[in-house]
Design a binder for this molecule. Structure first.
Ligand code: GAR
Length: 209
């Protein structure tokens, strides 16, 4: 599949996709990376791996609608079939989502529906949760609440700081995001309302299968 990856920052999830492609675990290609921040470290990763990228900033457009249309135009030009939000910190509205119905996925650092929105790891710590995790879900107009494709749970330790917990969750994000892409790419993912079913998935076997 032709992937379009949207990023805003460090890009470690983008790197996990790049690594899965380079090691042959994923048969897909990254057709374009869009960053909404020009200083995103994710851009350095694109340069290093010769992946095409473009910076599209909200403030360069008079409206959110035009910003989203500009992204859609580039993704369509590049023949993108699946859009992956990998730490993309901007909300997408109908303008964008209607161009890619059920073809946009997001990685979120909690077990949704818990701890939606920003700083999910901090929210889990402050709530006193003993288990948290990460989720790959389809993106719908309901923020951080689309149908769940795959989740991994991660313990919260008494000694955790926001950094240590984020790092533990991140190591699972890097496994479930390529896994979800692989399942979709293989045509094994069926969505029935809120329920996502993956044909033949060995749930709980996290390494890409
Ligand atoms: C990841 O932890 C991702 O789950 C989170 O931002 C981080 C991006 O890291 N996304 C969200 O919170 C979305 N609501 P990365 O740039 O190294 O992939």
């Amino acid at each position: 599949m032709n992937l379009g990856v949207l990023v805003s920052g460090r890009g470690s999830n983008l790197q996990a996709i790049i690594d899965a492609i380079e090691s042959g675990k994923l048969q897909d290609r990254i057709s374009i990376v869009i960053s909404n921040r020009e200083k995103a470290y994710a851009i350095e990763r694109c340069k290093k791996h010769s992946i095409p990228y473009v910076v599209i900033k909200r403030k360069d457009f008079p409206s959110r609608e035009e910003f989203e249309r500009a992204m859609v135009d580039i993704l369509k030009e590049r023949g993108v079939e699946l859009v992956v939000l990998a730490g993309f910190m901007s909300i997408l509205t109908k303008t964008f989502l209607s161009a890619f119905p059920m073809k946009v996925i997001n990685i979120h650092p909690s077990l949704i529906p818990a701890f939606q929105g920003l700083n999910a790891q901090k929210q889990a710590l402050e709530y006193g949760a003993k288990i948290t995790g990460c989720t790959v879900h389809f993106v719908t107009e309901e923020l951080d609440n689309g149908p769940v494709i795959v989740q991994a749970c991660v313990p919260v330790l008494d000694t955790d700081t926001e950094e240590s917990l984020s790092e533990r969750i991140l190591s699972y994000e890097h496994r479930i995001l390529p896994q979800a892409i692989k399942w979709i790419s293989q045509g094994r993912v069926k969505v029935e309302g809120r329920i996502v079913k993956v044909e033949g998935a060995k749930y709980g076997t996290l390494p890409v299968n």
